[in-house]
Design a protein around this ligand. Structure first.
Ligand SMILES: Nc1ncnc2c1ncn2[C@@H]1O[C@H](COP(=O)(O)OP(=O)(O)OP(=O)(O)O)[C@@H](O)[C@H]1O
Length: 630
């Protein structure tokens, strides 16, 4: 047999991947008060290994063979200062050991390393991301892993002191199936060889792992947890702590769940659901893949956490679904097509959305925290899930020109509509401050019309698809003609005089003639109060800020659309220039002024003048006292 030849027998030494080495160096030296969490990580791995075996045994029950009862065993030895965590799960081959325990395969650990690069301190991060297997080195100065992959003849020993390298050798004392992780405890971590300490840690962090855990001493074993499925127990028997503990195991999270959703569906299909909305952002929330991690079980057998049971805008939800009806031998490919699974997806998506709505109604403050944490992910649903768009709009909370530090729902915004107001107005920008400083807001403020201030990148996308809420369309205030002239101005007394309409029309025509095709239309504005000018995207064109964002992404390869320029007839400058235009017609001075108005509007948008040299020359000409005549 190939495995028993002398090459395979030899011990080999391998360097840790550079990132692991760096990570271990930090872990070994970290003064981290919650280091007991190493046990949860190792128990979680052992449980996963048992669940993987159960999955593979669906097709090949010989794998379970003479040892069908899956279990995790914790074996302390205070005399020798060791602690062993063993399982009779899937086990690891030589290649598995080398690959899994020498590199960074795990997304949580990768996120940890990235945050370290970003300058955060290791001890603050361990609690937030977890570092999986490598956390063993918080309490051990040497770790041995003896493992035999289910169905393979040869077992192996992996060992390391956590600095630089690890060794792998063939080992006859490996378990007949599964893995033994042996920790040689550091002097200051001997407490983890004490039975009562271990029992406490297991109960408080791993009490609901769905594989039984037993604690051994002198050849005798005591069952600490029975591995029963928490999700199948009646709610009345489960405490908040039980749920939180299970959530951390199943979700790989370290916080408290903010919503727990536990129910069984009956009827056309029977399935059991235990889902959690976290209170903190999972580290992989903005992974480009945008995948969720809800686990799928079939009759208590873990099948996969890649079944995409929820739409990607709910990817922050953690937990599991256990189906009574799906066939146990379903392949991952068949899952994609399964109508039964689509029904489950629909059912649980509706349930999560309705639980969020319930929370929003019953506990608005708690809900607001959830929105602040996950709102920018939920908003992706506004353009991805048309069916539930109405529900998601109800869930949305916004900062507006009237909200101050508070957040407003669309229902509240519509309830406070001004007389004659027919649309929900919004402005998008790269930041909240920039949105709030938009000159286009002035006319809306003067009329006391509330405008939603949007500054998440995702806002540019959903808002422009112009959905409606409660029959009211959404309108960007930086786009199209403003239809607010029939809403009375609240601060009419403070307004200056308006330039005569015909004078403004003359000025507008002159500006258009001077600027030519760079500008769309030039017209008097309703939306301004303090600023003399502003730019507005054409109706039907892209919103200006979205266009700018897309142009930046495409390296300005796509042509922009010429925006309209609006003039504020109440502004002294426009009054003055209108009068001058009406009196004298075109002049070099008015041509300079036309271009400067255009540049001023761009500057108000946070853009640079299109031709800085020409801008500077015109400004200089205007600032110089006029040359004496004759
Ligand atoms: N007891 C074990 N039995 C079998 N394989 C194991 C065991 N412990 C660890 N492994 C393997 O080592 C890999 C790395 O483990 P580690 O704890 O670092 O991350 P992880 O468990 O994959 O992370 P995550 O919790 O994100 O799934 C595991 O994915 C698994 O393949």
């Amino acid at each position: 047999m190939a495995e028993t030849d002398s090459a395979a027998q030899a011990a080999t030494s391998h360097a840790f991947e550079a990132e692991v080495d760096r990570l271990l160096d930090l872990v070994v030296h970290a003064v981290y008060s919650d280091r007991e969490l190493f046990l949860r990580e190792l128990v979680s791995n052992a449980a996963d290994a048992c669940e993987k075996l159960r999955f593979e045994a669906r097709r090949n029950d010989a794998l379970l063979k003479d040892d069908p009862d899956l279990r995790i065993t914790i074996l302390p030895d205070a005399g020798n200062g060791t602690l062993e965590i063993s399982d009779n799960g899937i086990g690891m081959s030589r290649e598995d050991l080398q690959q899994n325990l020498g590199t960074i395969a795990r997304s949580g650990t990768r996120a940890f390393v990235e945050a370290l690069h970003a300058g955060e301190e290791a001890k603050n991060l361990i609690g937030r991301f977890g570092i999986g297997f490598y956390s063993a080195f918080m309490v051990a100065d040497r770790v041995e892993v003896l493992s035999r992959r289910a169905g393979e003849e040869q077992g192996h020993r992996w060992s390391s002191t956590g600095s630089g390298a690890f060794e792998i050798a063939s080992a006859d004392d490996a378990p007949s199936r599964g893995t033994r992780v042996i920790l040689h405890l550091k002097e200051n971590a001997r407490e983890f060889a004490e039975e009562h300490r271990l029992e406490h840690v297991i109960r408080s962090h791993s009490g609901h792992v769905p594989i039984p855990i037993r604690l051994g001493k002198d050849g005798a074993f005591r069952e600490i947890t029975d591995g029963s499925a928490l999700w199948l127990k009646p709610k009345s028997e489960i405490s908040a702590d039980d749920y939180a503990d299970f959530y951390r195991h199943v979700g790989g999270q370290f916080d408290e769940p903010s919503i727990t959703i536990h129910y069984s569906a009956e009827g056309r299909q029977a399935y059991h659901v235990l889902l959690f909305v976290p209170s903190e952002r999972p580290f992989d929330l903005f992974d480009p893949e945008r995948k969720g991690r809800v686990r799928l079980y079939v009759r208590r057998v873990f099948i996969t956490d890649e079944a995409d049971l929820l739409p990607s805008y709910l990817r922050f939800v953690r937990g599991l679904v256990d189906s009574d009806d799906l066939p146990l031998n379903i392949s991952r490919e068949m899952l994609q097509e399964s109508p039964m699974l689509s029904q489950i997806k629909k059912g649980i998506t509706n349930r999560v959305v309705s639980e969020l709505k319930k929370r929003a109604e019953k506990e608005p403050e708690g809900y607001l925290k959830i929105w602040q944490t996950f709102g920018n992910v939920l908003k992706e649903g506004l353009y991805e899930d048309f069916e539930r768009r109405g529900d998601l709009l109800e869930l949305a909370r916004f900062r507006t020109t009237k909200s101050g530090e508070d957040w407003r729902s669309l229902k509240e915004i519509v309830a406070d509509f001004r007389e004659n107001q027919s649309a929900i107005y919004y402005v998008t920008a790269d930041s909240h401050a920039q949105a709030a400083a938009s000159p286009q807001l002035e006319g809306f403020r003067a009329r006391d019309i509330e405008v939603i201030l949007l500054s998440d990148p995702v806002d540019h996308f959903w808002a422009r698809m112009a959905p409606e809420f409660d029959g009211k369309p959404f309108r960007s205030i930086t786009q199209g003609a403003a239809d607010i002239s029939n809403i009375p101005r609240a601060a009419a007394a403070e307004d200056g005089d308006e330039a005569p309409t015909s004078d403004v029309a003359t000025l507008a025509a002159l500006v258009k003639q001077t600027l030519g095709d760079v500008v769309g239309e030039v017209r008097p504005s309703d939306r301004l109060a303090e600023s003399p000018v502003c730019l507005v995207a054409k109706e039907g064109a892209l919103d200006r800020r979205l266009e700018r964002m897309i142009r930046r992404q495409e390296n300005n390869q796509i042509p922009g659309t010429a925006p309209d320029l609006e003039l504020n007839p109440r502004h002294r400058l426009i009054r003055h220039l209108s009068a001058e235009a009406a009196k004298g017609g075109a002049s070099e001075r008015l041509a300079d002024a036309a271009w400067l108005l255009w540049d001023e509007a761009a500057i108000l948008e946070g853009e640079a003048p299109s031709d800085p040299a020409a801008f500077a020359a015109r400004l200089t000409r205007l600032l110089l006292p006029s040359e004496p005549q004759g």
